[in-house]
Design a protein around this ligand. Structure first.
Ligand code: C2O
Ligand code: CU
Length: 441
């Protein structure tokens, strides 16, 4: 699809090639964590009692928490019991080898009803992640095919108590950990509690804390340097992104719609304070530190300009997303070689917010609207790019494959706000459509 954008670097040479399908995780060895997940279509029983139509993994949505320790070999067997359109699982935020990435039509075929598929990968970094289907994802994720994934640091266990808090809206009901209303978690007064917020919806999640100051200790699985106490601001979690807060019990974390987490001694009640007008600005929050690579002389520079224009597509006139002025599928294919330092400018003039997600990599935010980042190094896999904003990010191309780079408002992705990052020497054996009916977005 699309046209080649070399970003000012050398064009890909022809020659020795490896297929996406060969870029797997370890094929042998005892897994440290082995999980089987059964995917079904049917009723979803929310933890708070409501019942909605959708999909489940092992009988519930969110699916079970997968927990591992940094460096573990994780093995997940996905069994599609009766999801008619087929499914896959993508490990959002985990930089897995390409063939384990779970994108239908790009890294594998969709897994049809009655079939199964095995994923095996080492989890390289501790942090908060999630998994979700990447087949017809705008429908399957919305309707429940996702779950949380937490990687604990190796060595000393976390001292803090920990709450995994995926936030999802089922048919208009905002939930936290699958429950509407108040979720109470017991913690002694004065105890620090790490709340791992995961935004599994299509839009930005605004959360706020009542009762005590808090700190933002991690974003997209990476700890921040020098987080300071916040009292009068909320937080914005990018769609698809994660944010770990440390609150001191008793405290209340609101995620909107009256849905909240209350941590404290049994029976604690805390009224929600009004939602603050402003959110913590990660561009300036925390303490700066040098980046692990030099982004001042990149090997490639790419623009990812998001606009919107009037086109007629398949006979249907409408406003469609554009990338660098082009309409899907005639969008740029960003070409890189392994080891390249890449700088990308993401500019949004489309009138709506876009949570941009590059698979297989994490990028440092260098600047926003020309203002250099001056807080903690800010490493993202999901970046909230509001209308009118422009971000410069940098990453090292260190994970060969063909990777999608798309908006995580999955309806936007389904409408063509998606492109690819392609490494030299990697060939693509899968296709969208085809006998497996692959439809990644
Ligand atoms: Cu969370 Cu391409 O996905
Ligand atoms: Cu979007």
């Amino acid at each position: 699809m699309g046209y080649v954008d070399d970003g000012g670097g050398p064009a890909h040479a022809h020659g020795a090639a490896v297929s996406v399908a060969e870029l797997t995780g370890p094929q042998t060895g005892e897994p440290d964590v082995a999980v089987e997940l059964e995917a079904r279509k049917g009723k979803v029983h929310l933890a708070s009692g409501e019942v909605v139509d959708g999909y489940t993994l092992d009988g519930s949505s969110p699916g079970p928490l997968i927990e591992a320790t940094q460096g573990d070999l994780v093995q997940v067997t996905l069994v599609n019991v009766d999801v008619p359109d087929g499914i896959t699982l993508h490990w959002h935020g985990v930089d897995v080898p390409n063939a384990e990435d779970g994108v239908a039509g790009v890294t594998q075929d969709a897994v049809g009803p009655g079939r199964s598929f095995g994923y095996r990968f080492v989890v390289p970094d501790a942090g908060t992640y999630w998994y979700h289907s990447h087949q017809i994802s705008h429908e399957q994720v919305r309707d429940g095919l996702f779950g949380p994934l937490v990687v604990r640091p190796a060595g000393a266990p976390d001292a803090d108590q920990d709450v995994v808090a995926p936030v999802h809206t089922y048919s208009g009901r905002r939930t936290l950990g699958g429950a509407t209303g108040i979720t109470a978690v017991e913690a002694p007064a004065g105890a620090p509690v790490r709340v791992r917020l995961i935004d599994t919806d299509n839009g930005p999640l605004r959360a706020w804390v009542s009762g005590a100051p808090f700190r933002v200790v991690a974003v997209d699985g990476t700890d921040l340097d020098g987080p300071t106490d916040v009292t009068d601001k909320g937080v914005l979690v990018t769609a698809g992104g994660r944010m770990d807060l440390v609150v001191t019990a008793p405290a209340r974390v609101d995620v909107g719609g009256g849905t909240a987490l209350v941590v404290g001694p049994r029976g604690t009640r805390i009224a929600a304070e009004p939602q603050p007008d402003a959110d913590v600005d990660l561009l300036t929050y925390g303490t700066p530190a040098p980046l692990p690579f030099d982004a001042s002389h990149p090997d490639r520079r790419f623009d990812y300009d998001i606009g919107r224009s009037w086109w007629v597509v398949d006979g249907t006139p409408g406003f469609w997303w554009t990338i660098n002025g082009h309409l899907f599928p005639d969008v740029p294919m960003f070409h890189v070689a392994e080891g390249d330092v890449v700088v990308m400018t993401i500019r949004n003039t489309s009138g709506q917010v876009h949570p941009m997600h590059l698979h297989g990599h994490h990028a440092y935010v260098l600047s926003r609207d020309g203002e250099p980042a001056s807080g903690s190094p800010w490493l993202v896999d999901s970046l909230n790019v509001a209308d009118g904003e422009s971000y410069v990010v940098a990453f090292v191309a260190d994970n060969p494959g063909i990777w999608v780079d798309h908006c995580h408002n999955l309806d936007h992705a389904a409408d063509g706000l998606i492109t690819h990052l392609a490494y030299a020497g990697v060939t693509e054996p899968f296709q969208v459509g085809g006998p497996a009916d692959n439809s990644p977005e």
